[in-house]
Write a protein that binds this ligand. Structure first.
Ligand SMILES: Cc1cc2nc3c(=O)[nH]c(=O)nc-3n(C[C@H](O)[C@H](O)[C@H](O)COP(=O)(O)OP(=O)(O)OC[C@H]3O[C@@H](n4cnc5c(N)ncnc54)[C@H](O)[C@@H]3O)c2cc1C
Length: 317
């Protein structure tokens, strides 16, 4: 019996963190259902991935070896075939760029209700999923009808599963219909600065419009260097092209959960806070004592960043 099937995600030979978060979310749902958690990995080095996905709480890992990187046509067919064979009560996928590409197509083909961008989930008589609305100002709980459902989880909301498991690893026998695969991956090109994933950083130094001019970003870079931290930003900095899009934190940027988040000259608009409120410790530097960022900051410095940041650099260097 398969109660929950979670589809892992990988890129360029590496499993992405959300794969382990899917295991945690899936194990919780499988416990609610009193049953099994199956995980599937499609394309790439599936045997190696399967070994890594064998974490505590996983009952079976299914491998589908076809192609190296994500391909819409292959994923839609593979996930559909897995579901037809395993008939899980809950299909779990990542709410990532790839997940959003194949997930709705699969749910539509199988006639399953789909909840996207889920931040919490349980199973009672049916799936109970929590989503955020109005720029994360309110949470809404959705009870999903139907005894076969699909959900896509937001990265960074569940802890990554740890501990070695003793899952059975099964090769999934499945023939891709090549005539239904209309795209191929010609190569992989990172956007400028794409080598950095701010979602992985333990310490983020984040800069906002208070920095005034592009040339002043250098000062914040110096602080990031002194702290061995990664540089991120609010949206105006990215809109001005002072930093590349992969550095943007927030609703239309990345969700981050570092140990320390230092917000410098950032007001704390809801769209920004949506992406960083899960940080363990938040430090804010802002001249305006009424800036909303201070509502969520653990430590606040009400002062001019052009005085505070050089003092911090001197202290940490
Ligand atoms: C659909 C939508 C999606 C969005 N997505 C995002 C998103 O993903 N990420 C995001 O960040 N925003 C996003 N926004 C934009 C968001 O609404 C805000 O406009 C933005 O976050 C403001 O950025 P900021 O805090 O850097 O600038 P501001 O709001 O202008 O704040 C600048 C702050 O700097 C302070 N300051 C000024 N000078 C100094 C100084 N010398 N020293 C210290 N402090 C100083 C000011 O007091 C002020 O609080 C989105 C908006 C919409 C409508």
């Amino acid at each position: 019996m398969t109660d929950v099937l979670a589809i892992a995600e990988h890129r360029r030979g590496e499993l992405r963190d959300v794969s382990y978060e899917l295991i945690s979310a899936g194990r919780g749902l499988a416990d609610d259902l009193g049953g099994e958690l199956h995980v599937a990995v499609v394309s790439g080095q599936v045997e190696e991935f399967a070994r890594r996905l064998d974490r505590e709480g996983v009952d079976v890992v299914h491998t589908v070896s076809d192609g190296e990187e994500f391909n819409h046509g292959v994923y839609v067919q593979a996930v559909e075939a897995l579901i037809e064979e395993l008939d899980p009560t809950v299909l779990l996928m990542p709410n990532s760029v790839n997940g959003l590409d194949y997930g709705p197509a699969v749910a539509n083909r199988l006639g399953r209700p789909l909840v996207t961008d889920v931040v919490d989930a349980s199973f009672d008589d049916g799936l109970v999923a929590t989503r955020e609305m109005y720029g994360s100002k309110v949470e809404t709980t959705v009870e999903v009808g139907g005894d076969r459902v699909a959900a896509m989880i937001r990265g960074g909301e569940w802890p990554g599963a740890s501990g070695n498991g003793d899952a059975e690893i099964r090769e999934f026998e499945f023939e891709v219909d090549e005539s239904a695969v209309r795209t191929s991956v010609a190569g992989f090109e990172e956007v400028a600065g794409g080598d950095v994933d701010i979602a992985d950083a333990e310490v983020l130094v984040s800069v906002g419009r208070g920095i005034e001019e592009e040339e002043n970003i250098e000062l914040i870079e110096e602080l990031a260097d002194a702290l061995d931290a990664t540089l991120s930003a609010s949206r105006p900095i990215v809109d001005n092209e002072w930093l590349p899009p992969n550095r943007q934190v927030g609703q239309s940027g990345k969700t981050v959960t570092p140990e320390v988040y230092i917000a410098i000259g950032i007001s704390g608009a809801v769209q920004h806070v949506a992406g960083m409120k899960g940080s363990e410790t938040i430090v804010a530097i802002n001249t305006d004592p009424n800036a909303p960022i201070f509502d969520i900051a653990d430590y606040g410095i009400v002062d001019d960043l052009f005085d505070v940041v050089p003092a911090l650099i001197a202290e940490f260097e």
